[in-house]
Design a protein around this ligand. Structure first.
Ligand SMILES: Nc1ncnc2c1ncn2[C@@H]1O[C@H](COP(=O)(O)OP(=O)(O)OP(=O)(O)O)[C@@H](O)[C@H]1O
Ligand SMILES: [Mg+2]
Length: 325
């Protein structure tokens, strides 16, 4: 499948009182057509900032995209004004995002229906009736019962899981090529989480779209992602197909992440091992490997030489580490 989105050497920094937070520091990745890709890492490692950068939704100041290219369908999105028409149309129809917290992304004073029909009228040029019918169709598609009645409700009349479903309907409404689901399920119970992921993966395949699942839990995406990027401290530390990463995890951080995922198929008695130590402070980072202070495998070199580049292991499997794990 052809590459739809290619992010090259993206750097997004925040100027704060005490210095510069290098939230995303030189990451490159790509998403192919119809692909489901996972972006995984601990809280604060730069997952959301990287995805918000793609849509130029970084609050500026304090944030700034200081370097990189974001090539979507042959165009570098960073050449466009953040608030210009081109970016607005990309956000409307090209790349849609489902946010972490639906209550903050839905407008509390507008009905669910109005929030859905607005985009349909604006971006797809539908008239009021067409838009309403399509909105009802989308709501049923995401599993809202009695969609033709619930469409006139307000967000607070919906449960958390239903609000997430509405967000998914909104993301799908303008036939995007890519949906970015930023930790779409953290506020919900596990059963609802699983149902929503199942729903989303099913819908993107029906819509021929690609899906980026952003999460801190490798277990959540093990079933769905075809390829993965593991992030640590603003960088990608390992990437590859799901088979390469789950079958042969190479970065000590990925191994640590896998050790704290409970598994249903495992032999009894395996202990879940939390990752020792604290996530790094992205303010004034060392040039050496940021995971070294927490890494059980580190060698002398790790504390002396700069963090290495990603190195090809085999196939599509890349790792940023000096240690042969
Ligand atoms: N507006 C801001 N001002 C200053 N620093 C910011 C701002 N937004 C994000 N950051 C910093 O950027 C870093 C990356 O944040 P980001 O939200 O991308 O993390 P994340 O990986 O999405 O974490 P989570 O899993 O908790 O959502 C964090 O260290 C955060 O403190
Ligand atoms: Mg986030």
């Amino acid at each position: 499948m052809p590459v739809l989105l290619e992010v090259k050497n993206l750097k997004t920094y925040f100027k704060v009182y005490h210095g510069l937070v290098k939230a995303v520091d030189d990451i490159s990745y790509h998403i192919k057509k119809k692909e489901i890709v996972g972006l995984v890492g601990e809280s604060g490692c730069g997952k959301s900032v990287s995805q918000l950068s793609v849509l130029q939704l970084i609050p500026t100041p304090p944030g700034e995209i200081v370097a990189g290219q974001i090539i979507f369908e042959g165009q570098d999105l960073l050449q466009f004004e953040a608030n210009g028409d081109e970016m607005r149309s990309i956000r409307g129809g090209g790349i849609a995002m489902v946010f972490q917290e639906p209550m903050t992304s839905l407008n509390p004073v507008l009905t669910i229906g109005r929030q859905l029909t607005e985009g349909l009228e604006l971006h797809l040029g539908m008239d009021v009736n067409e838009a309403r019918n399509r909105a009802i169709e989308l709501l049923s598609m995401v599993g809202i019962p009695d969609a033709d009645k619930r469409i006139d409700d307000y967000p607070h009349q919906f449960s958390g899981g239903m609000r997430q479903r509405v967000m998914i309907a909104m993301a799908l409404s303008c036939n995007p090529k890519i949906i970015i689901a930023d930790e779409p399920t953290t506020a919900l119970d596990v059963t609802t989480q699983a149902q929503l992921l199942e729903l989303m993966t099913d819908l993107v395949s029906r819509f021929n779209a690609s899906l980026v699942i952003v999460t801190h839990n490798l277990g959540v995406i093990a079933r769905y992602a075809q390829r993965l990027y593991v992030m640590y401290a603003g960088r990608i530390v390992e990437s590859g197909t799901a088979k390469e990463i789950f079958g042969n995890p190479r970065h000590p951080y990925t191994i640590a992440l896998l050790n704290c995922v409970p598994r249903l198929d495992e032999e009894e008695g395996r202990k879940l091992v939390p990752i020792e130590g604290m996530p790094p402070n992205l303010l004034n980072m060392p040039i050496t490997c940021a995971f070294k202070p927490r890494c059980p495998y580190h060698i002398e070199r790790c504390g002396q030489d700069p963090w290495p580049d990603l190195k090809l292991i085999e196939g599509q499997h890349y790792v940023r580490c000096y240690v042969e794990t």
